[in-house]
Ligand binder design. Structure first.
Ligand code: COA
Ligand code: AMP
Length: 632
């Protein structure tokens, strides 16, 4: 039996022994005596009686154990022409002072703090400072508009919001402060204070009585120490798109998270302490939480915070420049970033300019790694290209080629095999397990391993309804897929109304809610149509109210603007069709999956329950006029 199989079998047969061993790598304030607590199913808890501080493990421990002068963070920002390095000692100093700032404002264990920031080191410092004092951070991606921020403010009820004067997107300076002000105006709940990090590219006037200047506060602050936390105390909440306009507040605990992430650095990514590890994502997404901030620091690596894009900052050689300049060993990004590079530099001319001798492996996630991109990246890099599948909810990989355990042969289109701890099964709609080579619903047998979500923020019922009620004994992933005859898993896309646009997870339901507010719209549907570059793009189908005489183009323009204003530019909602009616079942359910198939030019079969099959031909005709519905 190979090493992978051995480790995997052990993790499933004896999870307490397996994760108990992994937990020895963490510095506990009080060692846990119990590994898995399954006394309140389906709410499993890990290391329940352990006490820990995640920030201590990520910073103080390394300073005390020989890494004080090692670089912890490299901030590489082509958009501001800056490279700044923080040693572990410097990062600890800034973090403990910022923790002191938070404490001076009365922030205490269990209080929520929202962080709405661009990719600057202050975002990581703010996260770690919260972890230090036991405040629960909730980072909101900077590409979300005020309304999305307001929804999260109302749910998390933060005492403090930390933001910056602006973000920089390529050549554009995006002022954050007006977005923040608008969000606070929209939210019912009002934070007590906001701390604003002023950047040179745009400074924002502070709101008297509410806003405080980051630098001023830091000058006055003394350092704060590490709070003693229960392993099960929440470290953060990260909101993610569900099928409706209300995002789900995924909770992460302290103990299980630290154990799983530290374990993953060696076993999944095969890096060692001291190596340079780069996740080219954003702190607003789960990849940023886990693999820009927490995992590399817990493991004593150097992490890179890159404020730039794969192309245009300044050219498609940007990633190769960063890898060669900072001796990156592992890069983790989304396939769409590689499609962007491939589009601009198909023959790898920029790649040839750099020495990539430090580079060992590329990991991709966030969306399916399509075989074309896999082949292109493999040919170019001549290094392992590894697709791995995970979700905000799990916080780390569910399926991967765990090269630190054993380098398995990979297959294009498959994220290889289940990571130890995850027992993934393919089910039919009745919850019966399907044989290999049969596509179905992807579910994971409970318990999930440490590091995965214990619940949704203050919403155990929604947790059960969304994840564990659909198939008792399982966690429902929302993805569809299958195993091949060799036990390799294939994840083919969501079976719900969540879509993936350039590796960003978005809800079509949320977009429909915005469109439905337009005064001329009677009803609408949004589906994710396949796109060569971004993987999927949202596509709207809109039925106007009877008697509306205005030009359809004008209305569509307004809808595009509404989505931009209310969800954010990141939704990339650019196209909609005005149709006479939507295809529905006789009971009135909109047939979104069929509309998506028609748009993608895929085979489809009208269900027997359809109200009027002729409508599908009408929709197909409409789609052809805008370049969709091309037969594959
Ligand atoms: N703050 C403000 N606006 C943001 C933003 C942020 N943090 N991130 C994105 N946006 C805006 C962009 O400026 C763009 O606006 P525009 O419509 O005015 O041009 C819009 O949101 C769409 O952004 P994006 O999806 O990033 O598309 P892009 O065309 O600018 O870039 C890629 C395409 C592929 C280069 C880019 O998506 C990318 O690098 N993706 C990597 C994937 C990734 O980070 N995934 C996260 C999970 S691993
Ligand atoms: P997020 O929560 O933003 O990480 O998005 C999670 C969703 O992205 C998953 O449910 C999948 O639909 C998709 N996804 C992420 N990684 C992969 C992958 N490697 N292969 C296929 N789909 C993926």
């Amino acid at each position: 039996m190979g090493k992978y199989q051995e480790a995997y079998d052990e993790s499933i047969k004896n999870p307490s022994k397996f994760w108990g061993e992994a937990a020895k790598d963490i510095r506990w304030i009080k060692e846990p005596t119990k590994v898995l607590d399954d006394s309140n199913k389906p709410f499993y808890r890990w290391f329940t009686d352990g006490e820990i501080n995640t920030c201590y493990n990520a910073l103080d421990y390394h300073v005390e154990n020989g890494r004080a002068d090692q670089t912890a963070i490299i901030y590489d920002s082509p958009v501001t022409d800056t490279i700044k390095k923080y040693s572990y000692r410097e990062l600890l100093d800034e973090t403990s002072r910022f923790a002191g700032v938070l404490k001076s404002l009365g922030v205490a264990k269990g209080d929520r703090v929202i962080i709405y920031m661009p990719m600057i080191p202050q975002a990581a410092i703010a996260m770690l400072a919260c972890a230090r004092i036991g405040a629960i951070h909730s980072v909101v991606f900077g590409g979300f508009a005020s309304n999305e921020l307001a929804i999260r403010v109302d749910d998390a009820k933060p005492r403090i919001i930390i933001s910056a004067s602006c973000g920089i997107e390529g050549k554009k300076v995006i002022e954050y402060k007006p977005l923040l002000d608008k969000a606070i105006e929209l939210s019912r709940y009002k934070p007590e204070k906001c701390i604003i990090y002023q950047r040179k590219q745009a400074s924002s006037p502070l709101t008297a009585g509410r806003d405080l200047d980051w630098d001023e506060m830091m000058k006055k602050a003394g350092p704060a120490g590490c709070e003693k936390l229960k392993a099960t105390d929440p470290l953060y909440i990260l909101y993610t798109s569900g099928t409706t306009g209300i995002p789900k507040g995924v909770v992460r605990d302290n103990g299980g998270h630290a154990v799983a992430l530290k374990w993953s650095m060696k076993n999944v990514y095969d890096v060692s302490p001291g190596d340079v590890y780069w996740a080219a994502s954003d702190v607003g997404w789960v990849v940023g939480h886990s693999y820009i901030v927490y995992a590399p620091l817990l493991y004593g690596c150097t992490t890179i915070m890159y404020e730039g894009k794969p192309v245009g900052t300044p050219d498609p050689g940007a990633f190769w420049r960063v890898i060669s300049q900072h001796n990156v060993k592992v890069l983790f990004t989304a396939p769409t970033a590689f499609r962007a590079i491939k589009k601009e530099d198909p023959n790898g001319e920029f790649f040839k300019k750099y020495d990539l001798s430090s580079f060992k492996a590329l990991f991709l996630a966030g969306e399916r790694l399509d075989p074309d991109t896999y082949e292109w990246a493999s040919r170019l890099l001549k290094k392992p290209v590894i697709d791995h599948w995970w979700q905000t909810e799990t916080g780390w990989a569910i399926a991967a080629n765990c090269i630190g355990i054993e380098n398995l042969p990979v297959k294009a289109g498959s994220p290889t095999k289940c990571v130890p701890g995850y027992q993934v099964e393919i089910l039919d709609s009745e919850g019966r397990q399907l044989p290999n080579e049969t596509e179905g619903i992807v579910a994971i047998r409970l318990p999930l391993p440490p590091g995965t979500l214990p619940t949704l923020y203050q919403n155990d019922d929604k947790f059960k309804e969304s994840y564990t009620d659909p198939f008792p004994g399982y966690y429902f992933t929302g993805d569809g897929g299958y195993y091949d005859r060799d036990g390799y898993i294939y994840i083919m896309g969501r079976v719900d109304d969540v879509i993936n646009v350039a590796g960003h997870r978005l809800s079509t339901g949320a977009m429909e809610e915005v469109i439905a507010k337009h005064p001329d719209v009677a009803e609408c549907a949004v589906v994710g149509a396949a796109d060569d570059f971004k993987g999927q793009l949202p596509l709207g189908f809109v039925v106007l109210k009877a008697g509306v005489k205005r030009s359809g183009d004008e209305i569509i323009k307004e809808l595009v603007q509404m989505i931009r204003d209310q969800i954010g530019a990141v939704a990339a909602f650019k196209q909609a069709l005005i149709v006479e009616r939507l295809p529905k079942t006789r009971s009135g359910k909109i047939l979104r999956a069929i509309m998506r198939k028609i748009a993608d030019g895929a085979e489809y079969k009208a269900p027997s329950t359809i109200d009027d099959p002729a409508i599908l031909t009408e929709i197909e005709g409409h789609l052809k006029t805008i370049g969709y519905a091309k037969k594959q």
